[in-house]
Ligand binder design. Structure first.
Ligand SMILES: [Mn+2]
Length: 393
């Protein structure tokens, strides 16, 4: 599985004792669910494909939860655990530590922060793994610099980095004599489908994989990083496990789960779904003259119990006061969490897209909105700017 993002902060449903949001526990519970599944099915190996943590340093509480619900139960059953660094938990500096290093102390755990090769025997078959954890662009640049001996530009660094990694992978592939050769990684592959989210998992300018870096005769490639579970290409198949739970609202319709690899089965791999919390997004617009409260109440499903809901309500000017918010709140009672976002229609030019904290900008906008027709508009503006510059020094 990939992209667990343990330690992620949600600003709601926070447990006073642990300081952790119940939503973060949803994510953790799915991680624990996959460990239980591995135990129940006598797995030999349990692999985390990067971004087990949301940051390089997370609260000890999360680390303890993982020890208690994932690492130690797996250790007890003799199941080996591999943890790859992802872009979220791979530090930029090689000598810097990260929360995933915490688990090195367990005999059954291996942490991968650098490209590596491993071979294991499963069901009488030898499986060779080419493991490529996430490397930040500057780490790639360092590799290229060591190799080429010269300082190079970013664009060139990308191409040379890809060439270098392609060569390394190809050499490791040739050296392996396993029955199955599988590559594991945490990268964006050109053409992978992304969700529109407020916190995109793939950032512009990050080091990415190209198809030609993947040896054609590999049996399988399994990657983390992209949160949407998907399969790209056929020879070999590149499978994104997808995130273990819906990390962002953009993923609200995605199935979530993990991938099982079984060398003796008819199909080398299959996707297994994990439970997810329902996320319901309701968008509506209310025009002047409409019964706004009724329209909103009608749009809210009768069953909200344990669900997450987001209401985005566009309103004509002056409609907001006519709405009975208490009746809406009443209908949303029992939801796991909800938030309501109001937006006044017809004033889009001042909508949240143009949000600014610049006091001069705020003053100008305020005066333009409220005093544009005032005979002394220019004077008020000038005076206001004078006061501001005096106060702000
Ligand atoms: Mn990632």
């Amino acid at each position: 599985m990939g992209d667990i993002h343990e330690g992620i902060n949600f600003g709601f449903n926070i447990d006073a004792e642990t300081g952790i949001s119940k939503r973060a526990l949803d994510i953790h519970n799915n991680f624990a669910y996959s460990a239980k599944y591995a135990i129940k099915n006598n797995a030999r190996l349990f692999i985390v494909l990067g971004d087990m943590f949301d940051r390089t340093h997370v609260s000890p509480t999360f680390r303890e939860l993982i020890r208690r619900d994932v690492i130690e139960p797996l250790e007890k059953e003799g199941i080996e655990v591999w943890i790859l660094a992802g872009n979220h938990d791979q530090p930029h500096g090689e000598k810097k530590g990260t929360s995933i290093d915490d688990f090195r102390g367990y005999k059954n755990v291996k942490v991968f922060r650098k490209p590596s090769v491993e071979e294991v025997e499963i069901e009488g078959k030898r499986l060779g793994f080419i493991i490529v954890p996430y490397l930040h662009p500057e780490q790639i640049a360092r590799l290229v610099r060591e190799r080429e001996g010269t300082e190079i530009g970013r664009e060139q660094m990308f191409l040379l980095g890809q060439k270098l990694l392609r060569q390394w992978i190809s050499n490791r592939y040739d050296e392996l004599s396993s029955d199955y050769k599988i590559m594991l990684g945490h990268y964006y592959l050109e053409g992978a489908k992304l969700r529109e989210t407020s916190s995109p998992e793939v950032l512009p300018g990050e080091f990415s994989f190209t198809r030609d870096m993947i040896p054609q005769d590999l049996d399988l490639v399994v990657f983390g990083h992209v949160h949407l579970h998907q399969v790209i290409g056929v020879s070999p198949e590149l499978v994104y496990t997808g995130a273990i739970e819906r990390i962002d609202w953009g993923e609200r319709e995605d199935k979530k789960g993990f991938v099982e690899i079984t060398p003796l089965a008819k199909e080398l791999w299959r996707f297994t779904e994990a439970p997810v919390r329902d996320m319901v997004k309701i968008s509506l617009e209310i025009k002047a003259g409409e019964d706004a409260t009724k329209k909103i109440l009608d749009a809210i499903p009768d069953e909200v119990e344990e669900k997450m809901l987001r209401l985005e309500i566009g309103l004509d000017e002056g409609m907001r006061e006519l709405i009975s918010e208490s009746r809406i709140t009443e209908k949303l009672k029992g939801a796991f969490h909800y938030d309501v976002r109001w937006k006044e229609l017809g004033t889009q030019k001042l909508g949240y897209m143009e949000f600014t904290m610049n006091p001069y900008q705020l003053l100008r906008t305020f005066l333009k909105t409220n005093y544009k027709e005032h005979p002394k508009y220019e004077q008020i503006l000038k005076e206001g700017e004078g006061v501001l510059s005096e106060v702000l020094g």
